[in-house]
Design a protein around this ligand. Sequence first.
Ligand code: NAD
Length: 235
Amino acid sequence: MTGIHRSIVILTGAGISAESGLATFRGAGGLWMGHRVEDVATPEAFARQPEMVHAFYNARRRQLADSAIAPNAAHEALVRLEDGWAGDFLLVTQNVDDLHERAGSKRIVHMHGELRRARCTTCDRGFAWLDDLGTDTACPHCARTGSLRPDIVWFGEMPMDLERIHRALQGCDLFISIGTSGLVYPAAGFVEAAPAARTVEINLEPTSRRSMFDEHRTGPAGTLVPALVHELLQA
Ligand code: NAD
């Protein structure tokens, strides 16, 4: 890595949490934990089979409480970068886990929502939620039952904080994409939304967005991210 950078935007995907024991989205056969996306991650699926969708996210939420699940060296390195960086910094994650926060990240946007939050479709409030959700769970604010949902952006819904993300991308001079397949939009298009940036992709394998990046580093995030952060902080 050469040159002095002032403003960094980092995009992370499921791959950064893989070494922490959380399955990525498209494992073998294109399934997420054995489920088709259309069955668990769309508003239509939730309307059709709310108990099934709740059960899927309840299982994901419970997994986060497993003592074996913890941030890895890549999450920790990004905290060192945020703390040691004099310029602008924004971490944009597609992940719904909370491993970045547990490592200590502060300037972070969860563009696809968070497993440990729920939202009421009646009173439209969002709030921290650590327990299971069901169709009979009452909203703690308006007391209505049957209107809580995971605070997750499903396919076909608008990602969160896009305006803030695009402002940061427009002004950044370094964009780093870590552990994301580049198949889910709009995140896959962020590399093109940062016209002034040097762009770096870190992934276990070449992705379909590979040709859009200036630089590629191929290997596990747990090794490559700490090395890149070291280089950036030295420079
Ligand atoms: P994806 O599963 O489509 O892609 C994961 C990418 O990570 C792949 O390109 C893979 O090669 C790479 N990868 C795997 N292990 C890696 C490692 N150790 N080091 C570096 N790279 C590695 O994930 P995505 O692009 O983030 O898109 C999937 C969607 O699924 C997201 O919107 C996200 O909300 C959701 N999701 C989130 C989680 C989570 O929060 N941990 C887990 C699964 C899915």
